[in-house]
Design a binder for this molecule. Structure first.
Ligand code: ADP
Length: 162
């Protein structure tokens, strides 16, 4: 049986931690669908179109992966893709409560759905898109946390906002 997994998130912007989860999930599943949340309620730095383009560029060398917008309920996308698995990353106990809540809600909405947690790799466990955005806004060096393409996108974005 071929296994498709969905990796949902905001990815504002995609970090080395997200990319690590993507690479590891591709070792476990036949197909990975990265589902990018529109974040109507959160104020994202990058628009959905920008985030989709950036992630697509970053995963372009990889096989068996697609990047799609999440334009409804996650469980509906899971069903539409013929998948059963949601992949999420866990960095710390801080992530755990929120992630368990999401996993349970999704299981109530669709009992066949399973959430699989991948523990963050040691070198990325403190990397968060929010902190990366803040460091960059204050002209700090973010090159250990995001790929160089993302560094350039972030610098351009901050320059245009000034
Ligand atoms: P959210 O979906 O809560 O907006 P993100 O888009 O930032 O969060 O992240 C998507 C998923 O990737 C979440 O499960 C999050 O815990 C996980 N994640 C974020 N950063 C890392 C990291 N550095 N290492 C491992 N997993 C991460």
């Amino acid at each position: 049986m071929k296994l498709t997994a969905i990796y949902p998130g905001t990815f504002d912007p995609i970090t080395n931690g997200h990319l690590d989860i993507i690479h590891r999930a591709l070792q476990l599943f036949d197909t990975l669908v990265v589902a990018v949340s529109p974040t109507q309620r959160k104020n994202s730095l990058f628009s959905l179109t920008e985030r989709l383009a950036l992630i697509s560029e970053m995963v372009q060398p990889l096989a068996n992966i697609r990047v799609v917008p999440l334009d409804g309920l996650l469980v509906d996308l899971v069903k539409k893709e013929g998948a059963r698995i949601i992949v999420r990353g866990l960095r710390s106990a801080l992530d755990l409560d929120y992630e368990m809540q999401l996993a349970h809600m999704n299981q109530v909405l669709c009992s066949e759905v399973e959430t699989v947690f991948l523990s963050a790799s040691l070198q990325y466990r403190d990397v968060s898109a929010t902190i990366v955005r803040e460091i960059c806004e204050l002209s700090g060096d973010i090159s250990s946390f995001v790929p160089s393409t993302v560094v350039n996108y972030l610098k351009r974005k901050n320059a245009s906002a000034k």
